[in-house]
Design a protein around this ligand. Structure first.
Ligand code: SAM
Length: 299
């Protein structure tokens, strides 16, 4: 039998090299998990949440339950029963909405993604408490902006729940969503399945979306801009906030500009940067030192 020495040597080399190569690959993966580039990035970008959002966007089974998924609810969909009751009280007492109107407005947020529906004192049926938050905030925004809000830009949009409620409450010219690229797929899927009637664009801050629109009438960023590091906030301030005459942002970075161990703009710096800006209370207060930052509005 003729032995091909060359072939045997090549196979032996491959067998010795393969485990080494696998080991090296695993080391590189481990290193990339330990050392993350955090410059201009939010804390979300290094976690598992963006990938879950992407999976939910691409996989019908995950999409059908993402709003109660244990990796998603720490970020969104965590409005408690008590908070839900407080939102409901304001919706009824201040904004005078009847229960059937409330259920009608919340309809697009009651099923898609299987949110947890909670029983709330005095309401005939279970309801999405996160939906109640979006409705209360939507009514606040309508009070500030009037019925015709023009071109809206939202920074850090979750799955688009706030936009869906605003689309039902207001006349909107156009809606621009800015979020992470993975999350943008989820927003697209959710919005596309929700009879959203406003024309919209979905983008990341790094994409060249500014050729479509580079100024807006109204900016919204609830529990989102306030969670970004200062350098990323600066990018959003220059490219969006300063180009938008009116804004409404619920902030969870306190007076000093801190979200967890992220340092960002404090209240004074934001008031200095944004013309005609004001600090108001978050009502109801959902976390100590939260506040509402508005600009360009009289009241
Ligand atoms: C706590 S959630 C708030 C979502 C929504 N505003 C709400 O009120 O339900 C924060 C949002 O910021 C988004 N986000 C994180 N990093 C971002 C970035 N670099 N640019 C834009 N959005 C980002 C997250 O994907 C998420 O949608």
């Amino acid at each position: 039998m003729k032995v091909n020495l060359k072939k045997i040597l090549a196979e032996a080399k491959r067998r010795i090299k393969l485990p080494l190569s696998i080991f090296k690959t695993n080391l590189i993966v481990l290193k990339s998990k330990l050392i993350r580039n955090t410059e201009h990035k939010s804390s979300y970008e290094n976690g598992e949440y963006p990938e879950l959002a992407l999976k939910a966007a691409l996989n019908p089974a995950i999409f059908s339950v993402f709003r109660r998924h244990h990796m998603y609810t720490p970020i969104l969909e965590h409005v408690s029963r008590n908070q839900g009751e407080e939102y409901l009280k304001i919706i009824r007492d201040k904004y005078k909405l009847k229960d059937d109107e409330i259920f009608q407005l919340l309809k697009p947020l009651m099923k898609l993604g299987s949110p947890k529906l909670l029983r709330i004192k005095g309401l005939s049926n279970k309801i999405s408490t996160t939906g109640l938050r979006y409705l209360k905030i939507g009514l606040d925004i309508r009070e500030f902006s009037g019925n015709n809000i023009g071109n809206v830009v939202e920074i850090g949009c979750g799955y688009g729940g706030q936009a869906i409620i605003l689309d039902k409450l207001l006349e909107i010219e156009s809606y621009t969503f800015y979020d992470l690229w993975q999350v943008n797929f989820l927003i697209r899927r959710f919005i596309d399945n929700s009879n959203f009637s406003t024309k919209y664009t979905i983008s990341t801050i790094n994409e060249d979306s500014f050729n479509i629109r580079n100024s807006w009438d109204f900016c919204i960023s609830n529990y989102a801009f306030s969670e970004f590091p200062k350098s990323l906030q600066e990018i959003y301030i220059d490219r969006i906030l300063k180009k938008t005459p009116k804004g409404f942002m619920l902030m969870n970075s306190g007076v000093n500009g801190e979200f967890g161990n992220i340092r960002n703009h404090n209240q004074k710096e934001l008031l200095d940067k944004l013309a005609n800006s004001n600090i108001k209370n978050e009502v109801p207060l959902t976390y100590k030192n939260n506040y509402l930052l508005t600009w360009g509005m009289e009241n």
